[in-house]
Design a protein around this ligand. Structure first.
Ligand code: SF4
Ligand code: SF4
Length: 454
């Protein structure tokens, strides 16, 4: 055919380049039950987390506009780049380790794409449109009322998911406030929510398994993360082949196709390990049911390693089984150590925005800005003191400075000093900021005065 590919390039494309819609048949079984339990626990957790508070803040709040993150009772600032980098590296190494040992267990059991698709969007679709055959029929007919109804429900669900997602960035209180107001009172928040809901809708309504088979970079990294001893979902070729109808061949595979029609990414696992396989084990459950009916042992398709499927011995202990946890322990250790050294407050002393100094009857006056960021879990009062001053006086309109947990405040203070204190137009002093509860920070500062211009 003119313009057609010489075979299927992607499971989601027909040979003429049109979309091949995957309409998998649900295969109940032991792995499906496990996935459903884990998946629902994760969905409940996703919805519950924004409502859980630790130390007066949500347990997870990524306040991007204010450039501060609250994680498990601790406040992280944009300046905590090292901590965030160590955290990201620890997560990456952890994922590498998990994948090396257990293959794509994340994809099959915990990835939001799989969890929401298989436990929320797909069940609703099957409830409205019917199972695989009903959906294929609708595909041929070009949709209809039932499909339109499905998209309406998908739209509502997408808005709900987007709102929960948004709660991680603005907190439930602000979100609740927004929800009771018109969109024009918080246009940015509304736009973010609308775009997120749109993306969720497109993903689960249209893009679907292509997120795993085409877009997700994790699948592409598989070849470097997996080895012959990693756990994968695999077909026992030795046992299954030659395949064919029952009684006609010696292999256990009766070529019923149950493992293919149940696959949510549209592949045939009998062709070997493929990057489209998300290790969901639906083919395992489907084939086990067939084997059970035929009175043959289960596990023609099973969790195994490439080595054991080829008849080799199981090999758990190998260099990467030690290397990844070792690197991860180092990174987490460094993270805990660095995090433990992070002080309970950040203090910055800056020159005032007006003239560097003013000379009047009282002496030389310097205007200084002091910024305090409270990282603690409760409100604190910070006392500002001037040290090493020799006759200079601190004038602070707000002293102590009250700062709520997680809040950043700035106050302007003045230092009035006699002219005799200055040498070459400068005088070094120190500011001490303390909260009376153990936090204390001393910062050097250079006062400016007359005589320094020459
Ligand atoms: S489900 Fe099992 S028996 Fe049926 S085609 Fe797949 S591997 Fe063969
Ligand atoms: S091949 Fe099996 S384990 Fe892999 S995605 Fe398809 S059904 Fe899931």
């Amino acid at each position: 055919m003119a313009g057609s590919a010489p075979g299927r390039v992607l499971p989601t494309l027909n040979e003429d380049g049109t979309r091949r819609w995957i309409r998998p048949r649900r295969s109940p079984g032991r792995y499906w039950t496990r996935r459903a339990i884990i998946g629902w626990a994760l969905i409940v957790l996703f919805v519950a987390v924004p409502f859980i508070n630790v130390g007066g803040h949500p347990v997870v709040l990524l306040d991007v506009p204010a450039r501060q993150f609250f994680l498990f009772g601790r406040t992280f600032l944009a300046t905590d780049g090292v901590l965030l980098m160590l955290l990201m590296l620890s997560i990456f190494v952890g994922v590498f380790w998990l994948t090396a040992m257990l293959g794509r267990v994340w994809c099959g059991y915990a990835c939001p794409q799989t969890v929401y698709m298989e436990l929320l969007f797909r069940p609703i679709e099957q409830w409205i449109e019917g199972g695989r055959s009903g959906q294929l029929k609708l595909d041929k007919q070009g949709g209809g009322t039932r499909r339109a109804l499905k998209f309406v429900i998908f739209g509502v669900l997408s808005v709900l998911v987007a709102n929960v997602f948004l709660a991680y960035f603005v907190g439930v209180q602000r979100l609740g406030h927004w929800m009771t107001q018109g969109p024009m009172e918080h246009p940015t928040g509304f736009l973010v929510m609308a775009v997120t809901a749109g993306l969720v809708f497109i993903d689960f309504g249209y893009f679907r398994e292509q997120m795993c088979t085409v877009a997700c970079p994790y699948a592409r990294f598989q070849s470097v993360m997996l080895d012959k001893d990693s756990l994968i979902v695999g077909y026992d070729e030795k046992r299954g082949e030659p395949r064919g109808k029952k009684g006609k061949t010696t292999g256990d595979c009766v070529d019923c196709g149950a493992c293919v029609v149940t696959c949510p990414t549209g592949i045939d696992i009998r062709n070997g390990l493929q990057l489209e396989c998300i290790a969901c084990a639906q083919c395992v459950d489907a084939c086990d049911t067939v084997m059970e009916k035929l009175n043959r042992p289960k596990g023609l398709i099973r969790y195994a390693s490439e080595r054991t499927l080829a008849g080799g011995a199981k090999k758990l202990l190998r260099p990467r089984a030690f290397a990844y946890p070792l690197v991860m322990t180092l990174l987490v250790g460094l993270l805990v150590f660095t995090g433990g050294r992070t002080s309970e407050a950040d203090v910055t002393v800056l020159r005032g925005l007006s003239a560097p100094f003013v000379v009047d009857q009282a002496g030389v006056r310097n205007q200084i800005r002091i910024k305090v960021q409270n990282r603690g879990n409760d409100a604190r009062s910070y006392t500002i003191q001037l040290l090493d001053a020799d006759g200079a006086t601190l004038v602070a309109p707000e002293n102590p400075l009250d700062v709520k947990s997680g809040e950043r405040r700035e106050t302007t203070v003045f230092v009035v000093a006699p002219q005799s204190l200055f040498h070459d137009g400068k005088r070094n002093v120190e500011f001490k900021v303390s909260d009376g509860k153990g936090f204390e920070r001393t910062l050097p500062y250079k006062l400016l005065g007359p005589g320094g211009e020459s």
